[in-house]
Every structure is written in C-alpha cells, then in structure tokens.
Design a protein around this ligand. Sequence first.
Ligand SMILES: Cc1cc2nc3c(=O)[nH]c(=O)nc-3n(C[C@H](O)[C@H](O)[C@H](O)COP(=O)(O)OP(=O)(O)OC[C@H]3O[C@@H](n4cnc5c(N)ncnc54)[C@H](O)[C@@H]3O)c2cc1C
Length: 454
Amino acid sequence: MSTTLDSALVADLAGEVSGSVLGPQDAGYDAARAVHNGLIDRRPALIVRCRTTNDVVAALALARRAGLEVSIRGGGHNVAGRAVTDGGVMIDLAEMKGIAIDPDEATATAEGGVIWAELNDAAAEHGLAVTGGAVSGTGIAGYTLGGGLGWLMAKYGLAADNLLTVEFVTAEGDVLRADARSHADLFWALRGGGGNFGVATSFTYRLHPVQTIVGGLIAHPIVAAPELLRFYRDAVADAPDDLTVFAGLVHAPDGSGAKLSALVVFHTGDPVEAERDLEPFKTWGSPLLVEVGPMPYPVMNTILDAGFPAGSLNYWLSSFTRGLPDELIDITVERFANVPSPMTAILFEHFHGAVTRVGVTETAVPHRKQGWNLLIPSVWTDPGDSEANIAWSRDTFAAMRPHFGNGRWLNYLGDDQAEDAIRAAYGPNYERLREVKRRYDPDNVFHLNHNIAP
Ligand SMILES: Cc1cc2nc3c(=O)[nH]c(=O)nc-3n(C[C@H](O)[C@H](O)[C@H](O)COP(=O)(O)OP(=O)(O)OC[C@H]3O[C@@H](n4cnc5c(N)ncnc54)[C@H](O)[C@@H]3O)c2cc1C
C-alpha cells in the first residue's frame, strides 16, 4: 500500500471539506493524532477533521484514490488505538458534535464525535438517558458499535440494544440510513460488529426516563477482599433490574498507593427501594468509606473518570468468566498483591437483567448470559514501566484463564489481534457478520478495527 500523498489531491480535498485537513507539518497535527492511550504513537499521512457527512465522503474518496489506509476516530478511547493509522488517512469525527434530543419521542440523535459526557448532559435536561460509558470521556461511536455496556444495562440493555437508526457512509462512499427496516442486515451488524462496515456519522437512540439515581463507592481494606468478593457474588445473584453492582480491587485515589477492595453501586429505583436494596452492601463488614447517595445520572458516569487520565499508558485484558468461584477470587487477590502500578485495578462487571434478555443472535452482541465480565485495566505513566505492567497483566490473565467462559467484550480488546480473541468477541455471530462484511466492504477498506476478514 502506497504511503505517499499527492499534494494536488490534498489541496483539492482541503477545498472540498468544511473541516480542516492536517498533515505532519501543520499546527494541531500532534494533538489530533493523540488518543486516550498514550502507548499509541502513530503518524497518519493526513488527518481530516470532518464537520459533515460530506466531509467524510470526500476524505474516504481521497484515501481510496490515493491507495492509502483508512482509520476512523470517534472519541479516541479504544485502548487498541486503531483509530489512528500509520501513514494513511485518519477520518477524524471529533468535531462532529451535533446532538438533537426529541423529548416527545424520547430519542437522541448524536453525531459520531460526541462523547458520553455530552450526550448524557443533553438528555438529562429532559430527564432522559440511555446506557453509556462508565467513564464520561468515552466516545459514543466506537462504544456503541462495540455493544456498549454501562450502568443502565440491567434496566435498559446495552447502548446497541437502544439504537434506532445509524447514518452511515459505505466503502463506496454512499450515504445510507440503516434501521430495522432499511438495510436491516447492516443495522444488525452495526449493533456489536465494531467499525468493520463503514463510517457511522450519526446515531439515533431510544431514551428512557432517568433522573436522579442512587449510586457511589464503598471501600474496604484490601485484607477484606476475599470475603467481600464472596459476599458480593452471593448478594448480586438475584439483583433486580434497578440494581447494578461492580466489584474490584483498586488503589486509593489519594495517591497514597494504598490497595482497597471496593464496590461501585448503582440503583435506578425510587429512594425507598434503593435504600432497601443497597442496605446490605452498605452495612457489610467494616467499610473504610461508604459514599453512596442520590445524584444525577450524568454524575454517576464521572465518578470513575479520575482513575483513567487521558494520555496515561494502557494495556487491558478482559474475558467473561464462568461464575465467580472461590478459586478465581483467591487468584485475583493473590495477583493484585504484586500489581506493579498504583493506577491498575481488577474489576468484575455484573451482567443481569435487560441485557441478558436479548437473544444471542438478535443483535451482533452475543454476550447475553447472567454473570461477570472480568476486566484488568493496567494503567501507568512512565514508559520505562511498560514491560513490567504488560508482563503482569498477561501473567495475571493466564493465571485466571481456567475460569474463563467463551466470550470476550469487544470494546475492551486491546492490541491483541489473536484470531481466537476476535472470534470469542463475535461468538456465534461471526459468520453472519462476515456475510455482511462481504456485502458492504468486500475489499476490507475498514480493517483498522477488530477485523472480520471478508
Ligand atoms: C477509560 C475507558 C473507559 C471505558 N468504559 C467502557 C464502558 O463502560 N463500557 C464499554 O462498553 N466500553 C468502555 N470502554 C471501551 C470503549 O467503549 C471502546 O474503546 C470504544 O471503542 C471507544 O469508542 P471511541 O469512539 O472513543 O473510540 P475510538 O478509539 O475513536 O474508535 C475505536 C474504533 O471504533 C471504530 N469507530 C469509531 N468511530 C467510528 C465511526 N464513527 N464509524 C465506524 N467505526 C468507528 C473504529 O474501528 C475505531 O478504531 C472504555 C474505554 C476507556 C479507555
């Protein structure tokens, strides 16, 4: 593939698009190519900061004419960093920020550069919400195309389960609207198939009435971890749809490096129900901190933000597990004792309720069983520590492997292109996704993603 760019083509493009066109010499180029994960350091030949769907069509046409690789950047939060191409054209949607809320129909239409903080705030003005990222800086685009798990999933399903329409640019440069009736095959694939099929320029979601929720953090000393995780496992077994609790081993946010065991709780019911359902979690053992109370839904999605600073170095591994047996809890505790970075956590995300009532093949997201997704988000800041952190993550993951189920959460896949990880993420939907890929992108123009080879 050629990596040179004809300056006449670039000049034509700059005249054609309403957004800016940045090459390596231009001011703003380095900021535009930076993504959340500071480990990613790639240099596109050209970054097209699109403002409109037509800009996307033009950028794509130029890349194809020049024979250059294409990458798509939504919110830039994917740890794998495939939003950035080395030597190709990065179609950057970060400036496509339009949001329209229709309170009567309870829908939101948002462009591909919107992040969850922005959509949550806009919907909250009308007392509405949809499932979004647990960290507010995550982009709606990559997140939704990968399924999108979050605090509201037990009540209302994944972000992808709430999608109504996607405006979309195909590899051929056609602009389509995919929904349950038109391009239904594509619409199915966009709900969990990632960035494989084209550029999604806007998303329309079904919203739900959500205003004040009850949520927050409960922290215990690390010595309580084995018992806390056992209590947690049993306590969420029959959790109602209104209640979601994630558990984990974390570090104190005060910079002391102290290890803690913790629960993050979230409840959408009325205050009486919330108090009843949260009481056992608040009163178990001898907590160091119980910071749980009513808050607007958008605030809940910021309480973990500080743990994931932009530009920090990230290496993530994750897998669905087969339950949360004592042995897995013990391995978790043992491995966390030697974690090299005071920013790293081991988290268990509980799936139950609405997300588990959608059929395995109903959308492209097959992960519909009640249980846990294990996430090991390793985060550090000194590049000199990369080797130690990556090695610890891999060894920890390997030690836990006997307890893994078959599934992997697509959005959390790192730069781990192993075919078995990708197969595990798409599960039984892989072959059908491949048929859709052949129909809409037979040349695999969109391959900087967790790729479904046509
Ligand atoms: C701190 C942090 C917290 C997170 N929390 C959650 C969480 O709570 N739940 C969850 O499910 N995931 C979570 N994730 C994972 C996150 O959802 C994925 O990394 C997702 O890809 C991010 O979307 P983005 O638009 O920001 O990503 P980008 O890096 O911009 O894009 C990722 C990939 O998605 C595709 N893509 C992006 N935009 C488009 C588009 N408009 N059209 C077509 N393809 C596109 C491309 O293939 C691109 O390489 C989190 C990640 C981080 C770093």
